[in-house]
Ligand binder design. Structure first.
Ligand SMILES: *Cc1c(COP(=O)(O)O)cnc(C)c1O
Length: 434
């Protein structure tokens, strides 16, 4: 055929034409013209090589655009603090604070006097106000950093006395004993895996003792013939007691009676409490240090403190978490099962109207994130055939549930009620009955 249009390469859409398409015009605004043009050129080249048809160029170019990352995910796993999903979701107040802090901010400036001010003083003041039992507070990068700072400043070249039953692995292969020894401190292990007594500690204490460390076993349970020494009794030993409570609960939560809180641990006599910001406190990744003014000041002035310093976004998120109303973490933990069941039933009915058959099933949520092992919270899920799992995970937004005995359970405990419509739409977009 002499007709030139028979050559498919001549039907490859022109760059100008594609750039005028709303999908690319919007992308230019966020990604910049060069990146968008590069995606278009790549797709055009593939068509010229015959790998795709000219008609597929537009979609291939859209798919080649750099993805917006990170992607916001709907957590229907029933795990409130899911480490792989970033642990705590921030509250609206914390999110607003992060957005405000994204530009230039008064993180280290007093706007009244125009002079330099203590970095992150709002966040620190809010933390101190939330735990009046603390003489002083400090914030570092995460719970592990809080321990490293304490060990370095208080026990380098000295001994940390700790129960064998509390030398735990905190996840991803990281072990507390290795972390502590990396500071130059030596561990003086006392007792056995299941039983440690006050006498065990007392016998190990001497002139080389830096402090006694009490670690909350936050990701496992020891049951049976066990005994551990509470902070209240360790505080009688006459050396500093550092308590790693893990979860970051500032005050007790009746729902989680086995989780120690910062205020109670300080009142029991701990000289220093370390905790994470993104577990039960429901804030950003951070390491909280609360304790006597003397010890906290020593940590704060130690040269290593500068290397563990948190950025302005973390400080903003922490202040927002502490100032704001309920965090999503707390809301999820305290969600009423009857309300979760109603939402699941409404979703099931709405999907039924669209010809999608779903069920409602009772299930159990967990705290996760290395907190409150053994605690199960009654919950309700939308139950779908397991083949929904993959398309929902790959969708936009990605929806993560868990597959139990051939069914995909979408536990509503950690899905904000305002996101139920998103969830319904995501299920409707997944391929229907086969
Ligand atoms: C989670 C946890 C840590 C580590 O805290 P990160 O904030 O993850 O660094 C240390 N100790 C205990 C007891 C924990 O539960």
């Amino acid at each position: 055929m002499p007709d030139g249009t028979a050559d498919p390469r001549r039907r490859v859409p022109r760059t100008d034409t594609l750039l005028a398409d709303p999908a690319f015009a919007a992308a230019v605004a966020t990604l910049g013209r060069d990146r968008v043009k590069a995606a278009i050129t790549t797709a055009q080249d593939r068509a010229r090589r015959g790998e795709i048809t000219p008609e597929e160029v537009r979609d291939a170019a859209v798919a080649a655009l750099p993805r917006r990352t990170p992607r916001a995910v709907l957590n229907a796993t029933g795990v409130v603090l899911h480490t792989n999903l970033g642990r705590a979701a921030l509250s609206a107040t914390a999110v607003d604070a992060v957005v405000a802090a994204a530009g230039h901010t008064d993180v280290e400036l007093d706007l009244v006097t125009g002079r330099r001010a203590r970095r992150g003083r709002d966040a620190l003041a809010a933390l101190a106000a939330a735990v009046p039992d603390a003489g002083a507070v400090h914030v570092v990068n995460n719970g592990a950093a809080a321990l490293v700072l304490a060990a370095t400043a208080l026990a380098a070249d000295r001994e940390i006395v700790v129960s064998r039953g509390e030398l735990v692995e905190i996840g991803d292969g990281f072990r507390l004993p290795d972390l502590l020894e990396s500071t130059g401190a030596r561990l003086r292990e006392v007792g056995t895996t299941n039983r440690t007594t006050l006498d065990d500690y007392a016998a190990a204490i001497g002139p080389r003792t830096g402090f006694v460390l009490k670690v909350h076993p936050s990701n496992f349970l020891v049951t049976g013939f066990t005994s551990a020494v509470p902070v209240r009794r360790l505080a009688t030993l006459g050396v500093p007691v550092v308590a790693d409570i893990g979860s970051g609960l500032l005050a007790p939560d009746p729902l989680l009676p086995a989780e120690p809180d910062a205020a109670g641990t300080l009142r029991a006599g701990a000289h220093l409490v370390t905790a994470s910001g993104d577990k039960l406190l429901g804030g950003p990744q951070a390491g909280l240090l609360l304790g006597t003014a003397e010890l906290v000041e020593r940590l704060r002035r130690h040269p290593l403190a500068r290397a563990l310093r948190v950025d302005k976004l973390t400080l903003a998120a922490l202040a927002g978490t502490l100032h704001g109303a309920d965090t999503p973490t707390r809301a999820a933990l305290h969600a009423d099962p009857a309300g979760l069941r109603e939402r699941a039933e409404r979703l099931r009915d709405a999907l039924g109207v669209e010809g999608r058959k779903a069920d409602v099933a009772p299930c159990a949520s967990v705290v996760g994130g290395g907190g409150a092992p053994g605690v199960e919270l009654d919950s309700w899920a939308l139950s779908l055939p397991a083949r929904y799992a993959e398309p929902l995970r790959a969708g936009t937004p990605p929806v993560l549930g868990r597959v139990v005995r051939g069914r995909l359970l979408l536990d509503l405990r950690c899905v904000p009620p305002a996101a139920d419509d998103l969830l319904r739409a995501a299920v409707l977009r997944a391929p229907g009955e086969g």
